[in-house]
Write a protein that binds this ligand. Structure first.
Ligand SMILES: [Zn+2]
Ligand SMILES: [Zn+2]
Length: 450
């Protein structure tokens, strides 16, 4: 829908000038789970466990994957169907809590279990045991992102081969069991989860920058996540406000997008995107398109999306980018931009981001690189143009809350970005589709069949 990005920033809407991002400048790291420091298997949390019937690092026989079904969904109110496939209706809260109790008696729930480098398969796993302070969330929706693909390929240093994990860090669902004080969260609350959880004791956590805590853990990355019927949220995440009640009327599959959107909000806060800015987004994947949408929300005068693939450029145009072009066209032109966001995880995109910045331009490295981020950059460009170069990873709880408030305004565009809806069995096919660029952004609905 041409012009879809042209939304004025609402008065009193999400601000982009807070303090939460201070200290991030120069961090060449990204989105949750981005490579930070290698961790050996010996340092992995106890949740890591072998796939039944396999040895760590050994071959895992994976079942054939069902074809993905584009439009399986729950009821119109955003509630996923109940265990029998029926949409949730009146009296659903006690029903869901009772279902969780039955699952606990049965001691097994369905989950898509990932063995990095080997693949994903759906199997019954133990229902997570809760400790004091924990909550159990019945997953309504969990979006799939490039980090999941990176882990599944065995390329993520925090989830090495030999470990198995339930992925899924972009999660929304319903609280069905609470071991925390009931006045904070109650059974039946519809919530979104902020996945990166800091230790709560260090100076970084004191500033609310949990994703940057040296001892941060992340749901769906270092802990089991949301590609399952239920996910356990540990006490420290609950205490630090990472279980966020959803505003009325937001369907789970839309709420799950608050996680990537919150990462983008933080990025544009750091580069101070504002009215009149000319903004270039390098990379037209789901994160690139979200960056383009947020740039417009910030009041950008011009939004340009560059991607080598024609279908991605077409998506950029549909979402209201003023121009789309091939990255090679940028080098041949004299175009310079006030804000450049590199969402493509490639050294060439990062080098190009610096080249394309105007005088006093702001450059944001949104995507991290697979290998150590050593890129050839003409630093005279930074010096003589007085550029600001930043990066970011994850989000804060405050950015997540802002993202939830922004979601309803972006609803038509998000519908274009979210291309695939699948059950747990469809996750493997979706990950493959992302490799082939056939899937832009997918959501897993664990209570649906693929
Ligand atoms: Zn993600
Ligand atoms: Zn900390």
């Amino acid at each position: 829908m041409p012009g879809g990005l042209r939304v004025r920033r609402a008065a009193g809407g999400p601000g982009h000038r807070g303090d939460a991002g201070r200290g991030l400048r120069g961090t060449g790291d990204v989105h949750p789970g981005h490579p930070r420091r290698p961790r050996g298997a010996a340092h992995l949390p106890q949740l890591a466990r072998p796939v039944p019937g396999s040895v760590p690092g050994g071959d895992v026989a994976l079942p054939p994957v069902c074809a993905r079904r584009p439009h399986a969904r729950g009821d119109g109110a955003g509630r996923p169907p109940g265990p029998g496939g029926r949409p949730g209706g009146g009296g659903v809260r006690p029903v869901r809590a009772a279902a969780a109790r039955r699952a606990r008696r049965r001691r097994a729930v369905r989950a898509a279990v990932c063995a990095p480098g080997l693949g994903v398969r759906v199997e019954e796993v133990p229902l997570p045991a809760l400790e004091p302070g924990d909550v159990l969330v019945r997953v309504g929706a969990a979006c799939v992102c490039a980090t999941d693909r990176k882990i599944a390929r065995g390329e993520h240093p925090r989830v090495p081969r030999g470990v198995v994990r339930v992925l899924g860090h972009e999660v929304a669902g319903e609280v069905v069991e609470v071991r925390a004080p009931e006045d904070e969260l109650q059974v039946g609350d519809r919530v979104g989860l902020v996945p990166n959880v800091g230790c709560g004791r260090c100076a970084v956590c004191a500033r609310g920058l949990d994703a940057l805590c040296p001892r941060a853990e992340a749901l769906g990355i270092t802990m089991d996540g949301g590609f399952a019927e239920y996910v356990r949220v540990p006490a420290r995440a609950v205490r630090r406000g990472h279980v966020v009640p959803l505003p009325e009327g937001i369907p789970f599959e839309e709420a799950a997008l608050a996680e990537p959107l919150s990462c983008v909000l933080q990025a544009h806060e750091l580069v101070r995107t504002g009215p009149g800015d000319r903004v270039l987004v390098l990379g037209g994947g789901a994160m690139g398109l979200l960056n383009a949408l947020v740039a417009r929300q910030c009041g950008a005068a011009e939004v340009v999306v560059a991607d080598p693939h024609p279908d991605r450029r077409a998506a950029g145009r549909e979402l209201g980018a003023d121009r789309t072009l091939h990255p090679e066209e940028l080098d041949a032109s004299e175009d310079a931009f006030d804000v450049v966001v590199a969402t493509a995880a490639s050294p060439s995109a990062q080098g190009q981001a610096v080249r394309c910045a105007a005088v006093r331009g702001r450059v944001h490295l949104f995507a991290g690189l697979l290998s150590p981020g050593v890129v050839s950059v003409d630093t005279n460009r930074i010096h003589y143009r007085q550029l600001l170069v930043t990066g970011s990873t994850g989000q804060t709880v405050e950015h997540y809350r802002r993202a939830l408030r922004m979601l309803p305004r972006l609803r038509p565009q998000l519908g274009r970005i979210l291309t695939d809806r699948v059950g747990l069995e469809g996750l493997e096919a979706v990950l493959h589709g992302m490799e082939q660029r056939q899937v832009l952004k997918a959501v897993v609905l664990p209570w649906e069949s693929s």
